[in-house]
Structures are given as structure tokens and as C-alpha cells.
Write a protein that binds this ligand. Sequence first.
Ligand code: GLC
Length: 635
Amino acid sequence: MITSETRVGELLQNPIARDVLAQLVQYAGVNERIIQNPIVKGLKLSAIPKFAGKAIRNADQIIDTMIELFNQEDGTASPGPSSERYWWKEAVIYQIYPRSFKDGNDDGIGDLRGIIEKLDYLHTFGVTALWLSPIYDSPNDDNGYDVRDYRAIMTEFGTMADAEELIEQLHKRNMRIILDLVVNHTSDEHEWFIDSVKNPQGPHGDYYVWRRGKGVLPPNNWLSFFSGPAWEKVDDRDEYYLHLFSKKQPDLNWENPAVRDDVCGIIDFWRGKGVDGFRLDAINYISKTSLADGNETIGGLLGFTGIEHYFYGNRLHEYLRELRSRAFGDSFTVGETPGTGPEMNKLLTADSRRELNTVFSFDHLENLGKSRFDDYRYNLNHLKKCFNRIEGPYADVAWPSIFVENHDNPRMVSKIDPREEYRDLVAKLLAVVLLTARGTVFLYQGQELGAVNVEFSDISEMRDIESLNRYRDLTESGVSPETAWKTVLCGSRDHARTPMQWTNEAYAGFSVREPWIRVGDKDVCNAADEMRDETSVWSAYQTLIALRKEHPALVYGRFEPYAAAKDDVFCYFREDGGERFYVEVNLTARSIRQPRTKGAMELLYSNYMAQGDGLQPYEANIYRVGAPQADLSEE
Ligand code: GLC
């Protein structure tokens, strides 16, 4: 049991404390070894507020909150490694944002018929499974992440018969399908919520998180991810309901067993239709440890007041185990878990604990101290650091999800280097790193074409609720429209949500009608042209996926970082079953010296046509190492 008398050194036995300390050290920008310093190790927790002095407000409250969090896992044994081989470890999963993939019925909105039309495209390019962002009936406040009926298809996307055909057609091609399961919240138009408002004593009265306000104020000071307070008052009940996302996305009350029964029912329904797996939206938020006020300092640091009470709630593991044993069975599960650290992820995904198969960690998406809404050039050394941390022994316990793009982030190529002359090189560099990494690979639509951010001209072109709310809040708080626009443009999720660029025709061959959101640079980047061009980003992806499929060492093989201490290069070996590969990547836009290795190497892939003396800007190469036993020690 951890108390205020526990010393920092003893804390390192605790998995959650290890994550939190590592995060703090990173945020503070100090050397990680500070935690090993005898003076620091000897500090009692109760002494920290004195040291922190005025630098950290409410330090004693922060310590109390942390102690509560750490004690959730006090005495938990570290899970052991597993070398089991599963289809989902080998999968290359392609995420589709159905609204923007392909319009099959000429209404300007993507749909299931459109996806069916493009299955051969996906198959040719080599992906083995699809993850579809939500396809259920929804009023679209958050483009389907607000579900009105989990057992019906969104009218704009088609019918249940289309969904069944899609599943069948995928299975015919030996491909799998993963649905997005959004069960932290529903839409406020879901029948449960409508009934919950009307009949507080009825069967759904307790399906959501309802509380009385504090006088004229909401029940606590938590903030919503989509701006403003996380509570909304309903006069009919004279109570507030909790919504971590938009007002139209009320949080379900997972403490109510009937809610969990219903979620199991939804999973059974879709498994019955042949679905192979689920991506679990914001799943780490389902358990709220308490509804006490959030600590303002922690809130300020993490961006959202209240988050310490639910990002790793006290019943999270219990709920996940229940879902696995009652409903998921052997379906694949990947959890979206913003904010959890590596030790928490081990506890969430270790094979022996039977909770999730893998989780998305977001640490690598932004440089330290930066957020999605900051205008900065991403330094790839950070990506290297994050990958080095998760690809070695860590992956024996917690199989990683490997990705750099999804529907919630601007395009990675633009973040790294927006200059047109480097676009293809950077896109191919990312392809090399992703497809030689140890973990399940997730690609996002358009990434295979080297898609970049879109030059939206003003706020009237944006569609995402997060961008619109943020712009409104910024301007209302006195920020000039120009600055507010710049901020929103930097981080908007809409960059990744514009129509897939199939051709250079009108509307990029996505639709014959004007799409629901504007089109990007279809003339320089489209699938039809890239498929004909052997040097395109598309062709690079096709080659690299084939290489990964051919060589299990690239999936399961041991990961050995090489020359790890040298900045600006990312080098590693992968080895398994007598096969050994070497990957070397220049992380900068400069030519740099190449770390030397000994032994015979055969170049299998390069994003350059010809090799030079050193590594050219953003050069990324994959070699087969001829003699597995050769001496490859660093020079
Ligand atoms: C997840 C989704 C995001 C959505 C949110 C609320 O973070 O990826 O798109 O807005 O959950 O469901």
C-alpha cells in the first residue's frame, strides 16, 4: 500500500507510478536518470510539496490523487511475455473513414457500396483487414461517433444488406473486417437516452451519469474534449448528465450492469454477422473512479480538467475482462486509450490477462511539449525514441499497434516536412518504418498515396465539430479571427477527412456530385496515376507490404536497435528463424554520415534510386543481412 510516507525509490515497484514518473520527467525535460538519484529516491512523498513550493500549485492534492491512482495497481504482478502467433499480429489493417472513401450512390457522401466497389483496389495493394470508422445509424454530430442505433446502418451509408455483402466479399478475399465500437457514450438521440430523460425511475433511468448541480453550477469542474464544461443540464430531470465529448454524446454509466449486458448484446449481434474484430473508441474512459472535482494543475498540464478521475478508472480492467469473457471471445480487440503509459498498456493487453489484444498509444504523434494545435516542424528523432521504447522486450508483453495517421490527426507528412520536394521521400520513409516494425500495422486511407494536409481557405470549409467549437471558443474569448483560424487549421481533424483521391477528375473520382467536404490536391496525388507509376508512394507501400508478408522476421523477429545513441539516424535489425534484416533511416532533410555495419548486406528496398556515400535527405533503406552470424558490433 502506498502512502504519503512511501519513498520515491519504492514507488518504482509500482507500474502506474513508473509511467507517471516517466511522463513527468519527460515533460520537465530532465534526464531520465534523475529518478535513480539517491537523494530523489530517498524523498518521502509527503516531502515533495515542500520542495515544489510555489512552483506547483496544490502539490499536496496532486500527491493524494496520485497515491489513489497508484494504489489501484499496488501489488499487481507484472504480466509475463507471450510469443503466441495470431492473425492480427501479422495483419496490415487499413482504416476507412466511410464518409470520405467512395460514394457509390452519387449523393456526395461515401458509403458501403463505394467500399465494396474498391475491395479489389485494397486487395491489390496488399492490406489484409479493414477497420471502418462507425457505420451505425447516427445524427452525425461527431460523424458517426454518436450512435443512435447500434443495430442499424446509417442511412447515408446504405443498408444492413450492404453491410452483410461487404463482410461476405471481404471474407471471400481472405480479408477481415473490424468495426468501431463506440460505447463510452451514445448519441443523445439513442432511445436509451430519450427514455432516461423522460423516466428517471424507468429501466434506462440510470443508464447515463446523472447528478444534481452544485447550486447554479454543474456537479464538478470537468471539461469536455470538445470545449466547455463536461455537463449539460436537463430541466425535465432537474439534473445534469456527463458528456466527455459533445453535448450530443452522453457518457454511459458502466456501473449499471444492465448497460454492460446491452453492450455485450451489441457485440454478439455483430459477431453473429461475421465481424472479426473491434476498435474500441475511447475505451479507457468507461470507468469513472470518482466524480470529484479535477485538479486544476493536472488539468492544465494534460489539457482537460478531471481527466485523472477517468483515464485509468478503478474498474477499467474488470469491465474489459467481463467484455472479453462474455462477448468478444477470440475476436480481435484494439483499444483507443489516450493517455495511458507503457506499464498500464502491459496490464491492459498482456495475453495472460485476457483484456484487450493491443492498444493505440499516441505518445509518438507529437513532439514533447507540443500539441496537435501547435504550428511546428515534427522532429523524427522523437518517433525513433518512442519506437525504440516499445519494440524490444516491451513488445514481448504488450504487442504494439503501429500507426502514424488516423481520422483524428492531420497528415504526418505535412507535420514532418511540408516542402513538396520531400513529400514522396517522407511518405516512403514512414512506409519503411511502419512495415518493418514489430506490431500490428494500421494504415489510414490516403496514406498510401502520400496524402498531405488540405489548404482550407477559411472556417466555412471546416466540418468537424471539434474545429468549429474550438474556433468559436477562441474568438469568443477575444483571440483574433486570424489567430484562431491558424490554430484550428494546424490541428484540424478535417485534413484527414477530405475525399479519397481516386483520379484527377472532378471531385477526385470520389463522387459525381459535390462532396460533403472539399477535395484536396487531386491533380498531383491520386490513386489512378500512382498505380501506373512504379516509383510512386503507392507502389512503395505495395512492395513493402509484400515484403512484410514474405518475411515473418519483419513481424515477429527480435528488434535490435543499432547506433541508438546517434541522433538523426534510426537503425535496427530484425531477426527470426535464420533471417536477418537491417533498416537504416535518415531522420533529417540533410545528408548525413551513415553508421557503419560489418558483414554482407543486400539492398532490398530504398526510397532513392541510387545510393550515395552517406545517407541522403530522408533516405530509408532495408537490407537483407547475408551472414546471420557475422560480427555486427558497432564500430
Ligand atoms: C475517439 C474518436 C474520435 C471521436 C471521439 C468521441 O477519440 O477517434 O473521432 O470524436 O472518440 O467518440
